[in-house]
Design a protein around this ligand. Structure first.
Ligand code: NAP
Length: 302
């Protein structure tokens, strides 16, 4: 029986792999994607990871993977189909029927950004369309941009972007905001923010790079001439395998604190799929390290 199985090979899973290998835990990192890295593989630049300013997301993922390989992290490429509690641990089933037993399982399966599914969105992702203002905002200094959404993330993104951008349009489909009132008050006080309410995005236009966002409101269509469109309409955590095992919050995130422990002893959660205030590469990697430390404590107590 393995000490731990880590599911997912994004920054949280790979950091956990490095810590597990260095702690000499018997382990397996199971990844279902074509390559390691998770969300950052599709991120043009990661500009806020200390010491590696401006590194491409793909390059950072490859650096993580190279580090894993040098430490002797054990990988297995397959989709996990089920995780079941067994006497003394957990049975992890992979597609094709292969199974592995482990004393603990660390979920690091991440979360996906909800998409708008409008024309231009996929085409211009990485060329003006972004799902992360903290990551990409600096590329739009002095320019006009739009943020879509009415939750905490959209309003925080708009406030963040308003510091460096010439103008920020906040496009929201309703009059009322889901975001905290204090955030909305701060947003309303920003001189370079224009609220475009009761409006839905229809299309993103451009010529190699984003040039405009078309929105539809009660008074018809309006063309916003922007260089960037920041989409913040929520996340979809990848927690389907955990539905009947541990406590999830209303949005589907695993309820787990900074120690990455879930409601079921032996099951741990690291990275974007757990409840946390900031979902970034650095916080995911930190979770991976913390989770392995907690797994070591758990194994000693067994
Ligand atoms: P969220 O709270 O679910 O808000 C998503 C927003 O996007 C909503 O305003 C929603 O509109 C809008 N939306 C959804 N689908 C849309 C579509 N197809 N077209 C147009 N608009 C659409 O998501 P979030 O802002 O990512 O936040 C996620 C969670 O993290 C929340 O629980 C939030 O409180 C938390 N969070 C907390 C903090 C903090 O405490 N500082 C910071 C960030 C995030 P409707 O309102 O009309 O549904």
């Amino acid at each position: 029986m393995l000490d731990t199985i880590i599911i997912g090979a994004g920054p949280a899973g790979m950091a956990a792999g490095i810590y597990a290998a260095r702690a000499e835990l018997s382990h397996l990192v199971v990844e279902s994607g074509l390559m390691s890295g998770g969300q950052i593989v599709n991120t043009s630049e990661v500009d806020n990871y200390p010491g590696l300013m401006g590194i491409g997301g793909f390059d950072l993922a490859m650096k993580f993977r190279e580090h894993c390989d040098r430490c002797g992290v054990q990988f297995r490429s397959a989709a996990v189909t089920e995780v079941k509690q067994e006497e003394g641990g957990f049975l992890v089933s992979l597609e094709g029927g292969e199974t592995h037993l482990a004393k603990t399982v660390l979920f690091a399966t991440g979360a996906r950004h909800r998409k708008l599914e409008i024309p231009g969105e996929a085409e211009y992702t990485g060329s003006g369309v972004s799902y992360c203002a903290t990551c990409d905002g600096a590329f739009f200094k002095g320019k006009e941009v739009a943020v879509i959404g009415g939750g905490d993330v959209a309003v925080e993104d708009a406030l963040f972007l308003a510091r460096g951008c010439k103008k920020v349009y906040l496009v929201h489909r309703r009059e009322e905001f889901r975001a905290a009132k204090t955030l909305v008050s701060r947003l309303r006080a920003c001189e370079n923010v224009e609220l475009v309410l009761n409006a839905v995005p229809v299309r993103i236009d451009g010529n190699g790079q984003v040039e405009a966002l078309l929105v539809k409101g009660a008074d018809g269509e309006q063309k916003l001439l922007v260089a960037g469109v920041f989409i913040a309409v929520g996340m979809i955590p990848d927690t389907g395998l955990l539905k009947n095992l541990v406590t999830l919050d209303a949005a589907g995130y695993v309820v787990a604190g900074e120690d990455c422990r879930t409601s079921l002893p032996g099951i741990f959660a690291a990275g974007d799929m757990r409840t946390k205030p900031l979902r970034q590469v650095i916080t995911a990697a930190a979770d991976g390290a913390t989770a392995i430390r907690e797994i070591e404590v758990f194994l000693h107590q067994l």
